[in-house]
Design a protein around this ligand. Structure first.
Ligand SMILES: *Cc1c(COP(=O)(O)O)cnc(C)c1O
Length: 229
């Protein structure tokens, strides 16, 4: 396993998909999904040129942060965040990608307020309406965003999604395209100062190419960078 080579190959694929969708590779933010990877592997990924690191579990994040694993790259939280762990994550990460409920968002706002900061977040959308996945359904998004806009210590930077595992390539592209439509609709309406649609985070090792073709500008990749867990 050579992390540097894996990232170079991945970047070449990202460039190809970006060009095919009328953009360039530099328009795509590559987040390394670092769950279960050592601090040393995380450092190698940062040296290899990933744009950010994404961690799933609070405990793991804190251990690796203490080991200074993430120095030199922004840190994102990408896993399901329990309300009782919010205090450990807010302010410790640059972006919480996985906001999937109003109680969670309110808890983040409250803690960010106590710290005197504004926490950047993405809203996780369950576009495939997969019972196994967290996230809001797209119908409820307008109300959710209106609520988010009323919270003074939250800034929304975009949307995140994960597809159902069983989706085939055609189904994937359809769901990614739906997600892009939702993203663009909110972006175009531009109703609130603190809600920006800068990032559409979708695509992992198995589906990042399709995701980019359908408009993703942020992908979260683990096994293609680090090898199989
Ligand atoms: C693990 C993980 C990824 C990356 O998955 P791979 O298939 O290893 O690329 C992306 N997003 C989230 C939320 C993850 O937990």
């Amino acid at each position: 396993m050579n992390i540097t080579d894996n990232i170079a190959r991945l970047r070449a694929d990202i460039d190809r998909a970006a060009v095919q969708s009328g953009r360039s590779g530099s328009d795509i933010t590559l987040v390394a999904a670092t769950k279960m990877q050592s601090a040393e592997a995380v450092r190698a990924a940062i040296a290899g040129g990933v744009d950010a690191c994404g961690e799933n579990r609070v405990q793991e994040l804190m251990e690796k942060q203490a080991a200074e694993a993430y120095v030199g790259a922004p840190l994102h939280f990408i896993g399901h965040l329990q309300k009782n762990k919010v205090r450990k994550v807010v302010g410790a990460v640059d972006l919480i990608q996985s906001v999937d409920s109003l109680p969670l968002l309110s808890a983040i706002d409250r803690v960010a307020g106590e710290l005197g900061i504004v926490q950047e977040t993405l809203i996780q959308v369950n576009i495939g309406l997969d019972a196994d996945k967290f996230g809001l359904d797209a119908q409820g998004l307008a109300d959710f965003i209106a609520e988010a806009a009323s919270l003074p210590h939250i800034r929304v930077r975009g949307l995140m999604t994960m597809l159902p595992l069983e989706a085939d390539s055609k189904e994937m592209r359809k769901l990614f395209a739906q997600m892009y439509q939702v993203f663009v609709d909110i972006k175009r309406k531009n109703l609130y100062d603190t809600i920006d649609m800068d990032y559409l985070s979708m695509g992992m090792s198995g589906d990042f190419y399709e995701a980019i073709l359908e408009g993703a500008n942020m992908i979260r990749v683990g096994s293609t960078i680090f090898g199989h867990r």
